[in-house]
Design a protein around this ligand. Structure first.
Ligand SMILES: C[S@@+](CC[C@H](N)C(=O)[O-])C[C@H]1O[C@@H](n2cnc3c(N)ncnc32)[C@H](O)[C@@H]1O
Length: 321
């Protein structure tokens, strides 16, 4: 049987500890061409360097297996998430004509907007992700389009722009300039996502956290740090913008399903590519099942073995009227 090339130890890697202080350095980028409005974003030197590096890595989302696992296993956002988005839009506008979801992936963050808006546009740089998006929602259109050039969307036409779990891949400066152009006055920009999950029971979480912190760090491309920090390094360039850190996504899964979710992670893909042959997730699956058996003293036939909790973070801003 294939054995892992790494041991999962109980020590924090330098990658996990070291990035934090560098990360605190912030720089305010003034975008002079946007006119009167305060259009600036706060990004750390570290994260900006990472964003540049990451724009070369769009190829990560062109791996067929990963996009398939992505569509199948990525968590869906809750009703509460979409209610929060809709309520926020309603604070400054009663128009619900057009929502644009940028970095839409296979449509997890796009589809639920179709109930609330007359038209919804899902845009993603990866053709492979767009190919997995639903085709049966009459008022939803999906297109291959990068965040930094939204010229396919008319100036002043959008009531809402969303970015879910994707902003850390983008060039924030160019994206914000485009958002400001396409939003109507009083329209909203909402950037959200979920940070690293935790598991119950605790025994499974202990194993998972060791895998996450000790095996994967060097296989993530840089923007992962922003996700771990719930995007506290980013801000929305509209005065009065706010955060919501109250929500979470919870799902009861079998170990096989949870391992399917891990298979949608770019770092797992990277790990497997750089450490052939085999798949690190075979080991993770085997270990989680062993631990589960030792806790339950059963033969592991439960429909769900664990609860996964993802804390949700959200940044929300209104374009001034
Ligand atoms: C983690 S997925 C998020 C998908 C979906 N929004 C969700 O919440 O599940 C990130 C997506 O961002 C897309 N992406 C990355 N950089 C992008 C860019 N510069 N412009 C548009 N999409 C981008 C990737 O192709 C990928 O589909």
């Amino acid at each position: 049987m294939w054995m892992p090339k790494v041991m999962i130890h109980d020590v924090n890697t330098p990658e996990v500890k070291g990035g934090r202080s560098r990360y605190k350095k912030k720089v305010l980028i003034q975008l002079s061409n946007i006119g009167k409005r305060v259009l600036a974003q706060t990004l750390s030197f570290q994260s900006r360097r990472q964003l540049t590096d990451m724009s070369k890595n769009w190829a990560l989302f062109t791996n067929a297996k990963q996009t398939e696992l992505y569509a199948q296993y990525r968590p869906r956002y809750t009703e509460e998430v979409f209610k929060t988005i809709i309520d926020y839009c309603g604070e400054t506008s009663s128009d619900f004509h057009l929502a644009v979801d940028v970095g839409c992936g296979s449509g997890q963050s796009t589809e639920p907007l179709a109930k609330h808006f007359r038209r919804v546009l899902g845009l993603d740089v990866s053709a492979m992700q767009i190919a997995k998006a639903p085709t049966n929602i009459p008022n939803c259109t999906f297109k291959v389009n990068k965040a930094e050039d939204l010229s396919s969307v008319k100036t002043g036409s959008a009531d809402l722009v969303t970015v879910a779990q994707a902003f850390h891949w983008m060039d924030g400066e160019k994206f914000f300039a485009e958002v400001d152009r396409i939003l109507k006055p009083g329209g909203s920009l909402i950037i959200y996502g979920y940070t690293t999950c935790s598991l119950t029971p605790k025994e499974l979480d202990d194993y998972f956290q060791k895998f996450y912190h000790n095996v994967l760090p060097s296989y993530w491309t840089g923007g992962r740090k922003a996700v771990e920090d719930s995007y506290t390094c980013f801000s929305i360039p509209y005065e009065g913008w706010k955060r919501n850190d109250e929500m979470k996504i919870e799902k009861d899964l079998s170990i096989d399903e949870f391992v399917g979710y891990l298979g949608s992670w770019s770092a797992v893909n990277e790990y497997n590519q750089k450490n052939p042959p085999g798949n690190i997730l075979e080991t993770v699956q085997h270990e989680l099942k062993n631990i589960n058996q030792s806790i339950n003293k059963t033969d592991n036939k439960h429909a769900t073995d664990l609860r996964v909790t993802w804390p949700v973070f959200m940044l929300m801003g209104h374009k001034p009227k």
